[in-house]
Design a protein around this ligand. Structure first.
Ligand SMILES: *Cc1c(COP(=O)(O)O)cnc(C)c1O
Length: 381
């Protein structure tokens, strides 16, 4: 730790910010926390001082009060509407990120001597698996580690005796994404870490036992984790766990056994409304496909840049690419950053570049990036 903490940039650093707070915004390709819809930010900004005409800011409202209860209830209703979630499922807003779900899932459902299936398609799947082995046995259904997780393995044979089947729908670091759910057998229920592609496309929740995602990629700020869980599973969970680690605690108390992340839930509710205003998940998918296509089409033509993910496994959320020369990669990242394209450095385990283009990332930002890449490529000869 430095002796003196670094200074947080001040608004005065952006001259334009004072005139028009949006003109100071640049293209943010960060993998998470990530870009949010501007309309949501503007509304949240107002609510910091007063939620509606209550005279009390959103962070200052009691979580038991009428105003916040309305926010919470609206968030649940909108979440259900977006994904067509039936009353067989609970919608929970938890804390601890996706990382706590890595442990909570096996802790609740996997007893010693029992087996769970894990599809290993990246670092996050490995982290989930590493928590499960503390509680029971893990069968690795498949792994794409042989090629540095650059592809999604083909259809696998599920085992009928597994309690659940866990997969990571979008591999944020490696830029790969499942196009459909993996198969399960017997009574094995499907568990999905959907942190980086939740609500980016239609989802048939009825195929799942449990879906979880940290908020900070597609849904809102860090600090709130969305969990969608089948009610019969809530009941089946291990009762011999600390109260906060049992799903039933949160289900019984409408996510308010303790103080919930009120601001996070508030913003997530605004994002839910924004998704509905965009036309829901089908419209979201159309936009995301078009947006990613601009970049992949260019990458496929480029003589300098190449996409790293196998063509049939490419993510619409995180586009990973390299030049094959680390010096040129670094030069590109540095020039791009100066030109207002931020967050393009790839994860250290892949190197190169990664453009995270979640729901809220604007289409024109990808078009501008491709223009910048073309100009950069032209200079390289
Ligand atoms: C970011 C990410 C995580 C980690 O989320 P936290 O909320 O930081 O715990 C887990 N899984 C995936 C797929 C992610 O993208």
């Amino acid at each position: 730790m430095p002796e003196k903490p670094p200074a947080i940039p001040k608004i005065s650093h952006f001259a334009a910010f004072k005139k028009d707070h949006m003109t100071a915004r640049i293209y943010n390709f960060s993998a998470g926390p990530a870009v949010m819809p501007e309309s949501v930010l503007l509304e949240a900004k107002e609510a910091l001082l007063s939620l509606g005409d209550t005279g009390i800011g959103i962070m200052e409202h009691s979580h038991r009060g009428k105003a916040f209860m309305a926010v919470y209830e609206q968030a649940v209703v909108r979440c259900r509407e977006i994904a067509g979630i039936s009353s067989d499922f609970e919608v929970l807003f938890l804390q601890g990120g996706a990382s706590l779900q890595f442990g909570m899932v096996p802790m609740n459902f996997l007893a010693a001597g029992q087996t769970a299936d894990y599809l290993i398609t990246g670092v996050w799947s490995e982290k989930a698996r590493d928590e499960a082995v503390r509680f029971g046995q893990v069968r690795e259904v498949c792994s794409s580690k042989d090629k540095n997780f650059s592809y999604i393995p083909g259809q696998q044979t599920p085992s009928a005796n597994s309690v659940y089947t866990h997969f990571t729908s979008n591999n944020t670091i490696f830029g790969t994404q499942f196009k459909t759910e993996p198969a399960t057998a017997g009574s094995s229920f499907l568990v999905c870490d959907a942190s980086s592609d939740i609500f980016s496309r239609p989802i048939d929740v009825s195929k799942y036992g449990l879906i979880y995602g940290g908020g900070q990629k597609n849904l809102g700020p860090a600090g709130v984790t969305l969990v969608i869980i089948r009610k019969d599973l809530v009941e089946k969970g291990n009762k011999n766990l600390p109260t906060m680690l049992q799903y039933r605690t949160h289900a019984k108390n409408e996510s308010m056994f303790n103080t919930p992340p009120t601001f996070g839930i508030y913003v997530m509710n605004l994002v839910f409304q924004w998704i509905l205003d965009q036309g829901g998940l089908a419209a979201m998918a159309t936009k995301n496909e078009a947006k990613a296509k601009v970049l992949y089409d260019y990458l496929d033509k480029s003589k300098l840049f190449q996409a790293t993910a196998a063509a049939d496994s490419r993510s619409l959320m995180n586009v990973t690419f390299v030049t094959g020369n680390e010096t040129i990669d670094n030069q590109f990242i540095s020039e791009a950053t100066k030109a207002g394209f931020d967050g393009l450095k790839g994860h250290r385990s892949v190197g190169g570049m990664r453009a995270s283009i979640y729901n809220a990332f604007p289409h024109e930002g990808v078009v501008e990036l491709v223009k910048f890449m073309q100009a950069f490529e032209a200079k390289q000869v």
